[in-house]
Structures are given as C-alpha cells and as structure tokens.
Design a protein around this ligand. Structure first.
Ligand SMILES: O=C(O)CCC(=O)C(=O)O
Length: 286
C-alpha cells in the first residue's frame, strides 16, 4: 500500500491550499487535519515499533531523557518514505525552498510519560544567518498518535518566524546539548502567546524553519509519537547526512523523488555532482 495516495487527491487550485498558505505565512505554521488514514498510520507505526521497543532514550535535555528518538528512519521504514514525499509536505517545501530542496532530517520522536518540555528552538538555528530572514527550512510534524494538552503536543509561538533577535525564556543554549545537563526544564518557561498544537492522529503540521517551538511535557500515562521530516534548500548542508544514513541497497528501492530528497539530485547547475556526473548515476553503477 502506498501511504498518502489512497484517500485524497490534492488539487492545488483548491481554495483550501490558499487558505493554508495564508495561515503558514501569517503564523509560521499551519495544521492540516486527518491527512492519513488509520491503515496508513498503522503501517508507519508498525515499521517504527521494533526501534521504539529498543527504548533508547535521549542523551541530553534537547533530545529528552524520557524520549525515544529514532534517526535514519528512511533506512528503517519504507512507509516513512511516503510521508517524506507526501504531496502536501512537498508543496510547501518546494514553494519555500525550491524544487532542489533536500531532506535535512527525518526522525521519529516518542515522548514517554514524565517527559518535560523541551528548550525553545527553531529548526534552522544551526544556520548562523541573522534574523529576521527567510525560513531556509520547512519542518513537517506528522501526528502518529493523537497529540493532546497533556501528552506533549508540540508548542509553538505563532508569528515568531518573523522575530529578529528576540529569544524566549527557556530557549536552547549549548548547555542543553551537554551530556551532564539532564535536569528537566521548568514549566515556568512558558512563552507569552505560546500555544499547544493538539492534533488528531494522522494530522500534519507544516512549519517554517524560523518558527520558535518545542516539544511539550508528557503528563499522560502513554507515549506520544510523531514523525518529523524536515527539508532544507538544495544548496545547504543536511542536518543528518542522508547519503550515509540510508544504505545504498535501501536507497535503490525507494521512490525516485525520495532518492532526490536524500541527495541523489543536483542543485542547478551542478552542486552535488559525483565524479563529474549526476549523483543518481551511482545508484545504477555496479
Ligand atoms: O517533539 C516535538 O513535539 C517537537 C520536537 C522538536 O521540535 C525537535 O526536536 O526539533
């Protein structure tokens, strides 16, 4: 079964798209409800489950010491590929970043009961380019579980994609990545105007790479699972080295568009070449 194709044929002239785009530009994010069917959700979750069962928890306060993060998901799940190339996600990513955009990261985040809020951050914070500025990134958040007020729904500060040098209290700093920094954040660091983006399972949030946000606290007694494919311009470095993260044999079986998103593509005129030729050629070389 192909995820993302069974129930909805997205017609881009639809007025909904214009209204989604207007929200995305105004608030820095948009939520599109109930994109995936139950069967599509079940397939992705079942493919991620063996890795969740390993229960590897985060190494610091950013990853979350009561969270499972599954990286290199395209090397682990075929169904994930369909979410990466979902037409809704690509519509926004290509409009923001150009047709040569790449997949920068694609991880599953499972907040376990007891997890505290994450430090505030924006997903292109690693780019040392002064704000306000273009997004230079699009992050998608697929709710694989329902996300609620109490299980850690992602929190966002609407409009913060337009901010310059403002930084909310409780923002990420280098110390949050330090292995010794394992304490939980305090709820007091709730930024003014912040909201919890609660979503039904199968819904999608699309956010600009400049939007301040954080994972919420999980005060429920069940885990909260999302998948977050993130896109960058074709001329910038991916956060996860996708060419290395996805084995050559697995890449060969992926859809063409996903191969391109991984890096088997060029940013015109020739960024990304291999030995002087198009990188996709290496997939057919024996
Ligand atoms: O878990 C979440 O809801 C958000 C996580 C996040 O923004 C991140 O880790 O970059």
């Amino acid at each position: 079964m192909q995820v993302g194709t069974e129930s909805k044929q997205f017609v881009w002239e639809r007025s909904e798209y214009q209204s989604w785009l207007a929200q995305y530009e105004r608030d820095g994010f948009v939520v599109i409800e109930n994109v995936l069917s139950d069967a599509e959700l079940a397939l992705v979750k079942s493919e991620l489950q063996p890795y969740l069962d390993q229960n590897v928890t985060g190494r610091n306060n950013f990853e979350g010491v009561r969270s499972n993060r599954i990286y290199a998901t395209l090397n682990k799940s075929v169904a994930v590929a369909e979410l990466c190339q979902h037409p809704l996600a690509l519509k926004f990513a290509e409009a923001e970043l150009g047709a040569s955009c790449l997949l920068s990261a694609c991880l599953a985040i499972n907040l376990l009961p007891g997890e505290s809020v994450q430090p505030w951050h924006y997903d292109t914070g690693h780019l040392e380019i002064p704000r306000p500025r273009a997004a230079y990134g699009v992050s998608t958040f697929w709710a694989l579980d329902e996300t609620t007020d109490i299980n850690g729904a992602t929190e966002v500060i609407p409009g913060s994609h337009l901010w310059g040098t403002e930084v909310p209290a409780g923002a990420l700093d280098d110390d949050h990545f330090a292995a010794h920094h394992l304490e939980h954040e305090d709820e007091v660091d709730c930024a003014e105007g912040a909201i919890k983006v609660t979503m039904a399972a199968g819904s999608l949030m699309i956010a600009k790479g400049t939007l301040w946000h954080r994972g919420g606290a999980n005060e429920s007694d069940a885990p909260r699972l999302i998948l977050t494919p993130q896109y960058c311009p074709g001329w910038s470095r991916q956060l996860e080295n996708m060419m290395a993260a996805v084995s050559r044999s697995k890449v060969a079986a992926l859809p063409d568009r996903v191969q391109q998103l991984i890096g088997y593509s060029i940013h015109p005129p020739f960024m990304g070449y291999v030995d002087g030729v198009h990188p996709a050629r290496v997939l057919s070389d024996k």
